[in-house]
Design a binder for this molecule. Structure first.
Ligand SMILES: [Zn+2]
Length: 89
């Protein structure tokens, strides 16, 4: 796929688990799509992904895990749905 930063072909989509906050405010989000470009060395999230993460942060309660369903289409990652937030064990 094309890198949004340098415009060259070769960027790869990876899925990672990210955590935000700590203790009572810990939020773990699985399968966050991250675009990694070997040409310019950048790793970044799309605007849509960032938006979805903000939405998850707003709607979660306390210490939680979110398992959003991220879907990839046409080479860019588009996240559609965040499934219900479940308790972290
Ligand atoms: Zn690049």
């Amino acid at each position: 796929m094309i890198c949004d930063i340098c415009g060259k072909e070769g960027a790869r989509l990876r899925h990672v688990t990210r955590s935000y906050g700590k203790d009572e405010n810990l939020l773990v989000i699985e399968n966050v799509p991250v675009i990694n470009c070997p040409k310019c060395g950048e790793s970044y999230l799309t605007a849509e992904t960032l938006h979805e993460i903000e939405r998850i942060k707003l709607h979660r309660t306390g210490r939680s895990c979110a398992r959003p369903i991220w879907t990839a289409s046409a080479g860019s990652c588009r996240n559609k749905i965040a499934v219900p937030v479940a308790e972290c064990s």
